[in-house]
Design a protein around this ligand. Structure first.
Ligand code: NDP
Length: 249
């Protein structure tokens, strides 16, 4: 039997980058996959088709993680189709970098809204079903900069650090109900988010990584899959760092 047979997994921001790698990993492990993002409807349809042609049962939603009503409808729709939700991966995230003195209010707020409020919105809507099932795996995607800070990313590192506090507090609240809540903190991973950085900034990051390279989305997906599996049942409130040795705690 596959690791995630008969399970339903939601991956926010699952059409590109790390989220897509997670969706493919869990889907190939037998999970039915629901994902959302804010792209064009036809892009979502294409991704659903791609997942289906890889043998994955998939549903895609054009839902902004910051829109609580839309999130609620998405979750209700998944429940009406599949009847359960076993795994939630809060992955959707954005950056709007800039030094704090020059940071625009809207860039501060937008990053907090997508990275942090989005995590709240999905968890709030999904948790009640996990409580009824007495089973659930919640995995929140944080970041190395949520732990070590990064000049130019006060908004992003604040949201990503808050996700770690959220993970630990919620883990304590629901541990006795068969639900684990953990975080994965990626380092520098090769996706659209990092590809658009100037070459000199990329070099500064790579120079800090003992493995001398960025990670792949699949590296993060492996850690998520472990935390999403039944094998990790006695692990909660923890963070797995996937960073090539950039930060050792
Ligand atoms: P990408 O920019 O490649 O992908 C982000 C995904 O999130 C896209 O699918 C995007 O949708 C979606 N998304 C963005 N805003 C929203 C929104 N408001 N509602 C719904 N979906 C949204 O990022 P990565 O794959 O690199 O990052 C994934 C996660 O990993 C993020 O939380 C990021 O902070 C974190 N991370 C990434 C690191 C890296 O080095 N890449 C390092 C550490 C953490 P759309 O396609 O529609 O834009």
């Amino acid at each position: 039997m596959s690791a995630f047979e008969n399970q339903v997994a939601i991956i926010t921001g699952g059409r590109r980058g790390i989220g897509k790698a997670i969706a493919l990993k869990l889907g190939k492990g037998g999970a039915r996959i629901a994902f959302n993002d804010v792209g064009q409807p036809e892009e979502i349809t294409e991704t659903v088709e791609e997942f289906r042609s890889a043998g994955i049962e998939a549903r895609g939603y054009l839902v902004d993680v910051t829109n609580r009503d839309a999130v609620q409808k998405m979750i209700e729709d998944i429940i009406s189709f599949w009847g359960r939700i076993d795994i939630l991966v809060n992955n959707a995230g954005i950056t709007r970098d800039g030094l704090f003195l020059r940071m625009k209010d809207e860039d501060w707020q937008k990053v907090i809204d997508v990275c942090l409020q989005g995590t709240y919105n999905f968890t709030k809507e999904v948790l009640k079903y996990m409580v009824k099932q007495k089973y659930g795996r919640i995995i929140n995607i944080s970041s190395v900069v949520g732990v070590m800070g990064n000049a130019g990313q006060t908004n992003y590192s604040t949201a990503k650090a808050a996700i770690l506090g959220f993970t630990k507090s919620l883990a304590r609240e629901v541990a006795a109900r068969g639900i684990t809540v953990n975080a994965v903190a990626p380092g520098f991973i090769d996706t659209d988010m990092t590809r658009r950085l100037p070459e000199e900034v990329k070099k500064l990051w790579i120079d800090q990584i003992p493995m001398r390279r960025g990670g792949y989305p699949e590296d993060v997906a492996e850690a998520v899959a472990f935390l999403a599996s039944k094998a990790s049942g006695y692990i909660t409130g923890q963070t797995i760092h996937v960073n090539g040795g950039m930060l050792m705690l």
